[in-house]
Design a protein around this ligand. Sequence first.
Ligand code: GRF
Length: 219
Amino acid sequence: MLHVVILISGRGSNMRSLVERARHYRVVAVVSNKAEAPGLVFARERGIETVVVPREHYASLTAQKEALLSAVKTFHPSLVALAGYMQIIAPNFIAAFSQRIVNIHPSLLPKYPGLDTHARAIAGGESEHGCTVHLVDEGVDTGIMLAQAPCACSSRDTVPELSDRVLEREHVLYPWVLNNIASGDITIGTGIVRYSESAQREAAAKGFRLNMSKDGEAL
Ligand code: GRF
């Protein structure tokens, strides 16, 4: 069973979905940089260990980020999943969990990295939008793509409408990716992702896009 630590800062609906849909992995802790993050309530109710590492409890941002790294390390996770974690991850954290930190971003990367993705997609006249699960590297939303879930987008959409449509896809895509990593159906090497045939079939059935080259490996 692969052990996962989830990092949140707020609502935590993706964290909840990761917990509820876990088949091949176990969420061993939820860590937040915000003591008031609503998602912590759900985690505690489910008996999952929670840790809060608020910036204001530390003399500096560096000290807070060190504390975050120490807190996560105590759980010895195989994977760290960011789920609405609103803080840049420090380079030493990325090095400590090299190729083992994943994030979900509400756009079809490389389109619309950063914030306000839904408003930008509507203003950009997109006919499709969606979400991406990717590895975390030192850039902002630049790590290697693992899978995407597209959905329709229209200039008549409001931001809440589009956000709800994307979020529904996020809640399916993220646990699907984690379950497939945990079962060995998605494997991550240096700069390369491989998908088993069953992962490829399931992705096609769910309308997910994978990071594929012609020979079944990521470019
Ligand atoms: C989601 O849209 C996710 O893609 C982004 O932040 C939001 C978090 O929402 N990274 P929630 O806290 O999981 O409800």
